[in-house]
Design a protein around this ligand. Structure first.
Ligand code: AR6
Length: 197
């Protein structure tokens, strides 16, 4: 009898509570395009577009090191660098984000290998995030600054890689934010994502 009452309440009287419980425990896969400074985001993890030394640089790498503080450089020194397309993880230190995943995009060459290596950055970052039980992650537009990757081609490779990863991990519940710094890059990502729906 008690069990029956519970079942009936769950379906009828307690539906609002049930829904809020569901929201707390069941997350959905989702891709969002946003505009702004990645260091300001409130998500579990942000991705850095680093270089192979992992010892800092300009662009988003410089901004992340400045915002995270000097402990980040000390942690990066212990990582032994990173190959193009691979990913390594540190804490977020002074950032709101708990973790930083450092990946190294390809310098644009116009060869087919660019697209594969750029896709590897997203795939390997997401795999590493999953190992750390991360469920929200923000990416910058990797390789589209100093490394010269045209934004349209980079957006296509990035979105192919993240949607492919989500299709392979349909029940994981990962929120992916593509964080574009400037209006032009944002418009390109936003249009390409809309065309996929
Ligand atoms: N938040 C989000 N995106 C940003 C930010 C920010 N705060 N600052 C810049 N961007 P880049 P890359 C955008 O050059 O092309 C570094 O020196 C930027 O507008 O940062 O992968 C590393 O150490 C562009 O759209 O990275 C490497 O040596 C995107 O981030 C090299 O640059 C990527 O631009 C990596 O070059």
């Amino acid at each position: 009898m008690a069990e029956n009452n519970f079942a009936v309440n769950s379906i009828r009287g307690n539906s609002v509570r049930e829904n809020s419980i569901r929201e707390n425990y069941i997350r959905e896969n989702n891709v969002r395009i946003s505009k702004g400074d990645i260091t300001r985001l409130n998500c579990e993890c942000i991705v850095n577009a680093a270089n192979r030394s992992l010892l800092g640089g300009g662009g988003v790498d410089g901004a992340i090191h400045r915002a995270a503080g000097p402990e980040l450089l000390e942690a990066c020194k212990k990582l032994g660098g990173c190959q193009v397309g691979e990913a390594k993880i540190t804490k977020g230190y002074r950032l709101n984000a708990r973790y930083i995943i450092h990946t190294v995009g390809p310098v644009y060459s116009g060869r087919e290998s660019d697209r594969i290596l750029l896709g590897d950055c997203y795939r390997n970052s997401l795999n590493l995030a999953k190992l750390y039980d991360i469920h929200s992650i923000a990416f910058p537009a990797i390789s589209t600054g100093a490394y010269g990757y045209p934004a349209g081609k980079a957006a296509a490779a990035a979105l192919d890689a993240v949607y492919d990863w989500l299709a392979r991990n349909p029940y994981y519940g990962m929120e992916i934010i593509m964080c574009c710094y400037d209006r032009q890059t944002y418009d390109i990502f936003e249009r390409m994502q809309r065309e996929r729906r």
